[in-house]
Each structure stands twice: as structure tokens, then as C-alpha cells.
Write a protein that binds this ligand. Structure first.
Ligand code: PLP
Length: 227
């Protein structure tokens, strides 16, 4: 079932890309495995899925030694500075950096590990009181600060818009994140200023997010079922 779901999503990614004149290869699928056991990750991996998303540090820590070595994790949950060390040691990307304090903590840890890491800035694009992320108008200032940290490579932006029943209602938020990233590209504030990553879109609205420029989509329920 997991394998059939991945197949179906891969087809829908390709369709959404074609509708918007994009190449399907531009879009990376993060399979969100939070609250699902290692067996689910192993099954998805056997179906060709390598990239997984986890929200809880304890969960990544528990899973990382039990999954095939080719599995790559993105951290997509709220990260406290005191848990930054585990995240930096287990994940290839942290999608949810939203403060200079966290950036600094990561940079210090990475100095000690003699490593660097890719991150995204989580933007609270819909100004949803219940969602994490920095305010849209504060994003540029944070990027300027993070540019001074040599171990942190800011690759792009991530968002989780307010929950709505109709995916079309998320479209303006996705569009606003893309516009924000275009503005920041012109100011050369990303580590790779040519094509920054835009992580947006989940099970119900990833097709809309792709039409609006998503390069990373984070899909849980549509792959693994209900949590
Ligand atoms: C859980 C989660 C997802 C996946 O949501 P689904 O609706 O299950 O696809 C994506 N992004 C984040 C940040 C999440 O916490």
C-alpha cells in the first residue's frame, strides 16, 4: 500500500509540474514518517523513497540506527536550541530554523563537529497564531544575521500555512512565500542564489504548492495513512 501511494503521488507531482510548465525532477518528495514505525520507513525505502521528514528529535534518534543507511532525514518540527545537537548529527537538513538564537547554537555545535548543514527558514506566512515560524517582514533581517554563521547554509524557505478545508485557499500563501524568496534572491541572501528551495505543500495541497513553485513537498498521510 505504501508503495502504491508513493507511485500515485509521484504521478500527481509530474502532472502538477507539467500543468505549470516545470520539470518533475525539480520537486523533491519528503515522506513524513512522524509517529510511524521504522517498518513503514523500510517499506517506503524499498519502493525507492530515500528522503524522510520527522518532527520530533526523540523519534529521529530512535529510528536512525534502525533504518537502511541510505535513508536521509529532514527535520521539520519545532527545534529547541538544546536539542540542536541531535538534529545536526542526524539530519541532512533542518527545515525549521526561525531564530538567530537557534542558528547560533547550531553553528557552535557544527564547529565542534567540523561540519556544516543546510537549513531552511520557516516563515509563518499566514500569520497563524498557532504556527511556528518567523514573520514575513522579519525574514530578511534573519537571513542577513545567519549569513555571518559559516557552518549554516540557508538554502531557502519553508512554510506551513493556516489549516483550511479547501486547498485553493492555501494558494495565496504559497504564492506569497515564492514572492518573498524571489525578493531575497535578488539581495543574494541565500547560500545558492540561483535556485532556492521552497518547502511547501502537504498531503491535501501539494499540487497547488507545486503550481506555485514548491521544490520540496512534505507528505505524510497520503503515503503512510492516518496517524
Ligand atoms: C505532519 C507534517 C506534514 C505532513 O502532513 P500530512 O498532512 O500528513 O501530509 C508536513 N509538514 C509538517 C511540518 C508536518 O508537521
Amino acid at each position: 500500500m505504501i508503495s502504491a501511494n508513493i507511485q500515485k503521488i509521484t504521478e500527481r507531482i509530474a502532472e502538477a509540474a507539467r500543468r505549470s510548465g516545470r520539470k518533475p525532477e525539480e520537486i523533491k518528495l519528503v515522506a513524513v514518517s512522524k509517529h510511524f514505525p521504522v517498518e513503514a520507513i523500510i517499506e517506503a525505502y524499498a519502493a525507492g523513497q530515500k528522503l524522510f521528514g520527522e518532527n520530533y528529535i526523540q523519534e529521529v534518534q530512535a529510528k536512525k540506527d534502525l533504518v537502511p543507511p541510505g535513508v536521509v532525514f529532514h527535520f521539520i518540527g519545532h527545534l529547541q536550541s538544546n536539542k540542536a545537537k541531535i538534529a545536526a548529527g542526524t539530519c541532512s537538513m533542518i527545515e525549521t530554523v526561525d531564530s538567530f538564537k537557534l542558528g547560533k547554537a547550531l553553528n557552535t555545535l557544527l564547529e565542534a563537529l567540523n561540519r556544516s548543514i543546510d537549513v531552511l527558514i520557516q516563515v509563518n506566512i499566514g500569520e497563524d497564531a498557532g504556527k511556528a515560524g518567523i514573520k514575513e517582514e522579519e525574514t530578511e533581517g534573519l537571513l542577513v544575521q545567519l549569513k555571518e554563521l559559516p557552518r549554516i547554509r540557508v538554502r531557502g524557505l519553508m512554510t506551513m500555512p493556516p489549516f483550511v478545508a479547501d486547498p485553493e485557499l492555501s494558494r495565496p500563501h504559497f504564492r506569497n512565500l515564492r514572492k518573498l524568496s524571489e525578493k531575497l534572491v535578488l539581495k543574494k541572501l541565500f547560500a545558492d542564489s540561483v535556485q532556492p528551495e521552497l518547502s511547501m505543500g502537504m498531503s491535501d495541497d501539494f499540487h497547488v504548492a507545486i503550481e506555485e513553485g514548491a521544490t520540496i513537498i512534505r507528505v505524510g498521510t497520503a503515503i503512510f495513512g492516518h496517524r
